[in-house]
Design a protein around this ligand. Structure first.
Ligand SMILES: C[S@@+](CC[C@H](N)C(=O)[O-])C[C@H]1O[C@@H](n2cnc3c(N)ncnc32)[C@H](O)[C@@H]1O
Length: 375
């Protein structure tokens, strides 16, 4: 095998590509890499991916891929964001017993059967994955296949984004490749310090990643910066499913939270203001349900913030899909094709990831470009 020619981009496979959050992160990381194929079962997500990247992912069940199929791509790295439902706190936490975990386990099992196993792997999932039996199997397979791992739990709050979305990440490199800070091998880290060559904050309080300490929040931008100044919150032109939004239509304002919902669920709502420094994780059920699915924006700021003031007078609205994409640090040119309904937009964004978090993790995984062994 020849030494890797530095000018040649890394060849990358993107599994569970969704709307392409991983690909945007790879671009934002500045790593010279090329996505040689993406894999995704959902045709609506593939419409969005194709619209933005000009390439339609391989549509089908990842579970049916064989080692031979994957060998053909001759990929250096696999990026994977498998379904998180088996591990979510709200779910039944059936872990590997959940059918939705099986395609990921199957892909892991293929690694030792490929003729050229990927040199690097990147896995994203929800907090809770790290204690699952799927995680145990993953680490076992990676160790047996000669990989060294470093794991992180990080939130956009730690990257200056006023958005709490802690997620689990596994970075794996196949020997003889190694990480920059090898003393963090086989550790679960709650701090982004190692990504920037700082090891001072590794023993970071895990609550900070999850909830955001006061210091951390003060270093974040305000929610205002993420609002879409051009958004016509009285109805974006075109692209929305009339019947779906009809029931929400309140004075023609499709993003306004109906008063009936405020009366019923007001106590359970997470309300933020333009000068807030934190908002809650947007899930795929945002806009369908209000409890625990993401924050609502008060467009009229009361003298006393919060629920002490009449919620009905705060003119609460949902964040628009563009604004959710902003909290995910998606680029400005990301857009949905017109035919994608509002609910589908929220659902796919809720499944996606934070580019602000994943880009530096990918940079850390790929760089400095390790010199590969000469065969
Ligand atoms: C957590 S989401 C990943 C989203 C993606 N990272 C993004 O930025 O949008 C998981 C994705 O995997 C897809 N998926 C789930 N099971 C699959 C399977 N067996 N084969 C292919 N795709 C699958 C889902 O449709 C979903 O889009």
């Amino acid at each position: 095998m020849a030494e890797r020619v530095e000018a040649k981009p890394w060849r990358v496979l993107e599994f569970y590509s969704g709307i392409g959050g991983m690909r945007y992160s790879l671009t934002a990381s500045g790593v010279e890499a090329e996505v040689v194929e993406a894999f995704e079962i959902n045709d609506v997500a593939n419409d969005v991916y194709q619209h933005n990247f000009g390439h339609r992912p391989h549509q089908g069940n990842i579970q049916s891929l064989t080692a031979g199929d994957l060998d053909r791509y001759n990929a250096d790295a696999w990026l994977l964001s498998p379904p998180c439902q088996p591990y979510t706190r709200q779910g039944l936490q059936k872990h590997s017993g959940d059918a939705r975990a099986s395609s990921f386990l199957k892909i892991l099992e293929l690694i030792p059967h490929t003729s050229t196993p990927p040199r690097m792997l990147f896995v994203e999932n929800v907090v809770g994955f790290e204690t699952s039996d799927t995680h145990m199997e993953m680490i076992d397979t990676l160790t047996k296949s000669d990989y060294v791992t470093q794991e992180f739990i990080l939130s956009p709050l730690q990257f200056g984004v006023p958005y709490s979305r802690p997620r689990y990440f596994c970075l794996a490199k196949r020997k003889p490749l190694s990480f920059q800070s090898q003393h963090n091998n086989n550790k679960l880290l709650w701090s982004p310090g190692p990504l920037y060559g700082r090891d001072d904050q590794v023993e970071f309080d895990k609550c900070q990643a999850e909830e955001g300490s006061e210091n951390l929040l003060q270093s974040c931008e305000s929610v205002e910066k993420f609002l879409d100044s051009t958004a016509q919150v009285n109805g974006e032109p075109g692209g929305f499913d009339e019947t779906e939004n009809g029931s929400r239509d309140c004075d023609g304002h499709q993003y306004l939270v109906p008063l009936s919902l405020i009366e019923r669920w007001g106590n359970a709502m997470d309300i933020v203001y333009p000068d807030s420094k934190r908002c809650c994780c947007f899930t795929k059920s945002y806009y369908r349900y209000v409890k625990g699915t993401g924050s609502l924006l008060a467009t009229v700021q009361p003298k006393v913030k919060g629920k002490e003031s009449c919620l009905k007078e705060q003119r609460l609205r949902y964040f628009t899909p563009r604004e959710v994409a902003n909290f995910h640090s998606f680029p400005e040119d990301f857009e949905f094709p017109k035919q994608i309904s509002l609910r589908q937009r929220y659902a796919m964004l809720g499944n996606s990831l934070s580019v602000a978090v994943v880009a530096p993790l990918l940079r850390y995984l790929f760089c400095p470009s390790p010199v590969l062994a000469v065969e």
